[in-house]
Design a protein around this ligand. Structure first.
Ligand code: NCD
Length: 309
């Protein structure tokens, strides 16, 4: 049995460097569009996507990945997440869904929801985002994109920009990058810096980082500029959001100073963080990143279902 078979994917902190490299390697070998007759490794398997928060990419790419591997999907989504925000109700939901599927992808507004679900499910639970907590599968596709575009992760200078406080994608990515020899910068207004617990975890992993307030100050040095949306829905107070709304914007003017090979990434959806004219430049990799989501999730599902080891 491979190390991944039947494994829950709750936080990227559970992934060693070897685990990450394994997923990237399998993802690289996946034939996304090349499904042929007789090559349906997940035929007869069912994935449940249980989403209590909005999603476009995560849900669709998981569903596409499952179907491209010959499997099936059942879906459950109540966008008014608050009606199921109580742990007790979630555990009942999960007990029901585990009878209908062989693995569950869960997105939920409460931090820790995926871990709770995993306690109630005998089937593997994949965290598709838990509040301001973690988003491990996004991180795997982010790392795949850096590796595929730049040929390596080690040796790169990587800046995470935007809402580092509430953004779960950067919480996961920052921890994962501790496995690599990278120069890390966290760029955010002081009120949106990375939570202290995560900063401490990074230090506990023997890694260093620098902080800054404006991407302009560092743009000349970075290989990867990872922009994020300010997570309006997680602010307890609208006035606090108003203070930081639109606090930065990556545009052609800023990129004039950039390294030639700089890649601009974003988990999407973007609001004003990246000007549309950046899309036409060779720096723009956010749509590639979203496309890579299918390949990476195909790899992960193949490993969890044990058809690849
Ligand atoms: C992100 C999320 O849901 O955390 N979206 C995604 O999965 N690609 C980022 C966001 O909502 O800003």
């Amino acid at each position: 049995m491979g190390a991944f078979q039947d494994r829950d994917v709750l936080t990227i902190a559970d992934f060693s460097r070897g685990d990450i490299e394994k997923v990237l390697k399998v993802a690289d070998e996946v034939e996304v569009g090349g499904k042929r007759r007789g090559e349906l490794p997940l035929e007869g398997r069912i994935l449940a996507t249980v989403f209590f928060e909005p999603s476009t990419r995560t849900r669709l790419s998981f569903e596409s990945a499952m179907k491209r591997l010959g499997g099936d999907v059942v879906s459950f989504g109540g966008l008014e997440g608050t009606s199921v925000a109580k742990g007790e109700t979630l555990s009942d939901t999960i007990r029901m869904v585990e009878a209908y599927a062989d693995a569950i992808v869960l997105r939920h507004p409460q931090e820790g929801a995926a871990r709770l679900a995993a306690e109630f499910s005998s089937k593997p639970v994949i965290n598709g985002g838990d509040g301001a907590g973690q988003h491990p599968t996004q991180t795997l596709l982010d790392l795949y994109t850096i590796w595929d575009e730049l040929g390596a992760i080690d040796g790169k200078t990587i800046a995470l920009v935007g809402d580092l406080k509430y953004g779960r994608t950067v919480h996961s990515l920052a921890l994962a990058l501790c496995h690599f020899d990278v120069d890390l910068y966290f760029i955010a207004p002081p009120t949106l810096q990375l939570p202290r617990e995560i900063q401490e975890q990074i230090k506990a992993r023997g890694r260093d980082y620098k902080t800054a307030e404006r991407p302009e100050d560092l743009i000349k040095d970075v290989d990867v500029l990872y922009a994020t949306r300010i997570q309006k829905e997680r602010f307890p107070d609208a006035a606090e959001y108003a203070k930081v709304e639109g606090s930065y914007r990556v545009d052609l003017e800023m990129l004039r100073e950039a390294k030639k090979g700089l890649i601009v990434m974003h988990p999407l959806p973007r609001l004003g963080e990246i000007a549309p004219e950046v899309d036409r430049t060779p720096h723009a990799k956010y749509f590639t990143q979203a496309h890579n989501g299918v390949r990476v999730r195909m790899a992960l599902l193949s490993l969890i279902f044990g058809v690849v080891s």
